[in-house]
Each structure stands twice: as C-alpha cells, then as structure tokens.
Write a protein that binds this ligand. Structure first.
Ligand SMILES: Cc1cc2nc3c(=O)[nH]c(=O)nc-3n(C[C@H](O)[C@H](O)[C@H](O)COP(=O)(O)OP(=O)(O)OC[C@H]3O[C@@H](n4cnc5c(N)ncnc54)[C@H](O)[C@@H]3O)c2cc1C
Length: 255
C-alpha cells in the first residue's frame, strides 16, 4: 500500500441514508492517487483533531476522473468515535490527508457464483463489487442495516439477488449470519466476500464458509471491518491477537 501522504479537500457531502454520509474529496492529492483496480480498495484517512491526526480505514466507494474526486461513504454511528463525527461535520474546504490505496479483492470472472455479505461499513465495497460484475453474473448479496431507512439501492446484474436485513435492536452481525447460513448454497465454485462486525464475521461466518462449505482461502475474502466496543486502535490489537492465536498473519490483520 502506498505510504505517501496525499492531501485532499472536501468538495461536498451528501446524507445518503439515516446512517450513511458520502464525502466527495478532491484537491492536490488526486493527481498522485493511484487506483489499484480492487473493488475493496481502501485508504487510511488522517482525521485531524486537537491532539493530532487519528488514522481511520475507509473504502474508496468511487473515483471520478472527470471531476478529479474520490467518494467515501461513512457510517454515522453516533457521536462516539472520530471518523463518523468528522464526516457529519465535514464542509467544503476542509482538509483531509490520506495514504493508500490498499486492497485485495475483486470478484473473479471465473467463479460460478458470488456471495457477498456485510453491514453498512461493507456496503461501499459490496456496491463497488456488484458494479464490476459481468451482466451474466449470478450471486446472492446480503446487507444488514438498522432498518428500512438505511437501505441504499445499487446497480447489480439481474442474476444477483439482493436481500436487505434489518437488525433492529439486535447486536450487529447476528441477523446477517443467520441469513447467510439459511440461504441455500448454489452449485459450482463460489467467490465469497464477507466483511462487517468482526466477532460475528470471524467466529461465526468464516468457519461456516471455509469449513462447512469448503471454500478455499483464495476464494474467500472474509474479515472484520470494525469490532463492537473497540476503537480502530484497539480493534487492530484484537486482529493481531487473533492472527497470532491462529499461527498466521493474514492480510486482514495488517489492514
Ligand atoms: C478495509 C476497511 C474498509 C472499511 N471501509 C469502511 C467504509 O467504507 N465505511 C465505513 O463506514 N466504515 C468502513 N470501515 C470500518 C471503519 O474503519 C470503522 O468502523 C472505524 O472504527 C470507524 O471509526 P470511528 O472513528 O467512527 O469509530 P472508532 O473510534 O473506531 O470507534 C468508536 C466506537 O464506535 C464503534 N463503531 C465503529 N464503527 C462502527 C460501525 N460501523 N457501526 C457501529 N459502531 C461502530 C466502535 O465499536 C467503538 O465502540 C472499514 C474498515 C476496514 C478495515
């Protein structure tokens, strides 16, 4: 992942749903920004604060070469945290530095079918993946959001079925895991992308996909994007400990 710090400026913001804010970023950093072609391309934002910058990881939802802008969709999960409140208060002219992009996944054109699942934090990457699928692609997509006011439709091939899951008052990830497990498994080789609340993704869905369904690691992009009750800093520690306990250092632990 490119480590050079690129300087961006907020051009405009949009409230997409009850909990999702899109921030359009342009400015001098755009010229040096090198897209990597992955649909889960992510950047490390340097959120400015009174005590210095705080690093937060976000997906590049889209790149607009004509306007020389990138768009990032932030989940606004209340006034706790750094990035969510920053996005809610962002206004044209605000500066935001970032490094990247990194990334690892794009839907394989050779797969017989695609399974994509996640919560709001993974919606940008899931939407970008669906936009990259060929028109003939077959797939099942599950997105867990709080309620109907958080649904944000996106383009996808006809053969790709989208199911919105409303968690309501339940803990993040639980309803998603139930829906994925209940879905009949299709024939042929699957390519899987599952990201969201880490405990459920790593301890429930990953064993289901890898062990019960036998999907090999190179066909399964599965990791947590955030962890309930942890900031990104303490979540990184959780990921390192998980990787150590498994005797490996998967790419997800380094994100
Ligand atoms: C590769 C990658 C790509 C990502 N892409 C996106 C993206 O495009 N959009 C996006 O919104 N997020 C994305 N995330 C997740 C995002 O980095 C985390 O949600 C991050 O913790 C948010 O920072 P914060 O400062 O708002 O909250 P933090 O200071 O990190 O956390 C404060 C509190 O808020 C809780 N919290 C954090 N995130 C959420 C959430 N989504 N819902 C509910 N509670 C939460 C934490 O558990 C903690 O208790 C991505 C993560 C990774 C690793």
């Amino acid at each position: 992942m490119a480590r050079t710090r690129l300087s961006f400026v907020v051009r405009r913001t949009e409230r997409l749903t009850g909990h999702l804010i899109r921030v359009h970023l342009g400015g001098p950093g755009f010229e040096a920004f090198q897209p990597n072609g992955f649909t889960d391309a992510y950047v490390k934002l340097q959120i400015p604060g009174p005590d210095g910058d705080t690093t937060r990881t976000y997906t590049v939802r889209s790149i607009d070469p004509e306007l020389e802008q990138i768009a990032i969709d932030f989940v606004y999960h209340g006034q706790e945290g750094v990035a969510g409140p920053w996005a809610a208060a962002a206004k044209p002219g605000d500066q935001l530095d970032l490094t990247g992009p990194g990334g690892a996944y794009s839907p394989s054109p050779e797969a017989d079918w695609h399974l994509l699942a996640g919560d709001e934090s993974a919606l940008p990457a899931i939407s970008a993946a669906c936009a990259a699928l060929p028109a003939s692609a077959v797939g099942r997509v599950f997105v867990e959001v709080t309620g109907p006011e958080d649904e944000l439709d996106f383009a996808r091939p006809e053969g790709v079925e989208l199911t919105w899951i409303h968690r309501g008052d339940r803990e993040p990830g639980v309803t998603l895991a139930e829906a994925v497990r209940a879905e009949p498994w299709l024939d042929g080789e699957a390519h899987v992308f599952i990201h969201g609340e880490a405990q459920v993704v790593m301890h429930d869905l990953r064993p289901y996909i890898r062990k019960e369904r036998g999907v090999p690691a190179n066909r399964a992009s599965i990791s947590g994007y955030w962890r309930r009750g942890r900031t990104e800093e303490t979540f990184r520690q959780w990921k390192r400990e998980l990787a150590e306990s498994e005797g490996a250092a998967p790419a997800a632990a380094r994100r």
